[in-house]
Design a protein around this ligand. Sequence first.
Ligand code: GRF
Length: 212
Amino acid sequence: MTIENSHPEQARSAVSKDAVSPTKAKVAVLISGRGSNMTALVEAARAPDCPYEVVLVLSNRPDAEGLTLARAAGIAAVGIDHRPFGPDREAHERALDAALREAGVEYVALAGYMRVLTPFLVEAWAGRMINIHPSLLPKYPGLDTHRRAIEAGDGEAGCTAHLVTVGVDEGPIVDQARVPVLAGDTPETLQARVLAAEHRLYPAALAKLVTG
Ligand code: GRF
């Protein structure tokens, strides 16, 4: 088996036998908006012992605030607008996939990427694509998770890092973090508490994924 056609972990261990330090897993982050989770991943990657590096940030919205943040952090950041592709979602994903492969990406982290993926991209990155979701899955897949948790009278809320499968927010759970729902919480106050937990959970979950 050559390094080129082996699985990323095998390729890295093959390289590390000869190299002084093992190669870090190359990660791309897909965003649609502000990119606070992307920033958390980038900041965590600065640690010398972090097992991944962020080599590319992609957005389906060329004006996403997160692209500006990524560029300021010295990371290649590209907008690939979904709108010119019209209803052909897979064609847009083929453009994303080409950019990922061109950059030598091994793992993909979705971080507020607001497009439902087709089986094409999900299957192309099966087992190597992770997402962060603002609820304790399997509770509250989809949108508006904080309002739903409050209205249900839940005593705790949280976030989930999970592998991406074709079913939305259904993939195997990598890790979760819990936060209390406090008396008087609004969706906004709970969202802020959960988001802080996301920023701690996601880098650790991604590190867990890339190290197997
Ligand atoms: C986060 O709450 C994440 O869990 C959800 O989308 C939001 C993205 O926020 N998938 P940001 O762009 O990372 O700030």
